[in-house]
Design a protein around this ligand. Structure first.
Ligand code: ZN
Length: 312
């Protein structure tokens, strides 16, 4: 009997704690929107993952905004970007109403923040400003008009105007990510080389690449098969894996990493690309930098080493 009473008291006080913390929702947190709802990859899984890893930092208050499904009427889709410090894209789908696209461009020009990973770079081929924000992209019907191939050669970003459709995907495997901008706030303190969990490796991306800085690259091994592009094998070059773009006053962090199979249901996994501590750290730091221009997060314990991938 006494034990029941104690349980009851504990239960009631837990309820009271939950209620009071809801009432005293912190206002000092950065506001992040995870924008999702359409993607040929597992957006349900990845958008929830983004919410979790951003909230884990203790820096962000996160809302997940879900668009109508592909092909549905978009007229009611009108996210209020200005309420947020950073918009994290897990979206690769239909165009938005013109007014919404214009409001996002305004938001970014005026100092907004944007983060995107993996297949987001397929989207919005014909939305010029969005492609300037991303810097580079692939697939989605893109060709030479998207901009030059963006390469990392002899220690610097190189624009290559060779012909060809952008985007190949080397078979998923663990690969080494090489830091190329160690003094950038997102990269500070990270190892010069770390092993990423099994992921697809994008190569031959094209784009406007204006005001773009390559933060990290990975070697596209010609001994490995490549798919969904013009090449059948890796390029034999170090390809951009993470980068930043300045768009007006806005800041963009993008990464090619983070594959999750399309149609993956909630709770499925594990997905080594997204569970990799290297990937999650890049997203967490990239989001803070995009929101504020600075990074206060230390390198987490258990970060991958040159020879060992590490997972959450
Ligand atoms: Zn993929």
């Amino acid at each position: 009997m006494r034990r029941h009473s104690l349980c009851y008291i504990v239960f009631v006080s837990l309820l009271a704690t939950a209620a009071s913390s809801a009432q005293t929702k912190r206002t000092d947190l950065l506001k992040a929107m995870v924008l999702t709802g359409q993607n040929n990859h597992g957006w349900q899984v990845l958008s929830e993952h983004y919410r979790n890893i951003l909230e884990e930092t203790g820096l962000f208050d996160v809302d997940v905004v879900t668009s109508p499904p592909s092909g549905a009427d978009m007229t009611g889709f009108n996210p209020d970007f200005d309420r947020y410090d950073v918009i994290v894209f897990e979206y690769n789908g239909d165009r938005w109403p013109t007014a919404v696209e214009k409001s996002f461009e305004r938001y970014m020009r005026n100092g907004g923040g944007m983060v995107f990973g993996h297949a987001v770079n397929h989207t919005f081929k014909d939305w010029r400003a969005f492609n300037e924000m991303m810097g580079i992209g692939g697939w989605g019907g893109r060709d030479e008009s998207a901009g030059p191939f963006v390469k990392y050669r002899n220690g610097q970003l190189v624009l290559d105007h060779s012909p060809g459709h952008p985007g190949e995907c080397v078979d998923a495997h663990e690969y080494s990510v090489v830091t190329r901008a160690p003094e950038h706030p997102i990269m500070r303190g990270l190892p010069s080389v770390w092993l990423h969990g099994t992921d697809e490796l994008y190569s031959n991306q094209r784009g406007p690449a204006k005001n773009m800085t390559i933060l990290a690259t990975a070697y596209s091994d010609p001994a490995r098969e490549a798919h969904w592009g013009e090449r059948t094998h890796g390029t034999g070059e170090h390809e951009p894996m993470a980068h930043t773009v300045r768009f007006g006053q806005g800041r963009v962090f993008g990464t090619a990493m983070g594959h999750v199979d399309g149609g993956a249901p909630m709770g499925s996994g594990p997905w080594p690309a997204m569970e990799c501590i290297g990937f999650t750290t890049m997203i967490q730091r990239g989001a803070e930098w995009a929101a504020t221009g600075n990074v206060t997060q230390p390198v987490p314990h258990g970060f991958p080493t040159a020879t060992a991938a590490q997972f959450r």
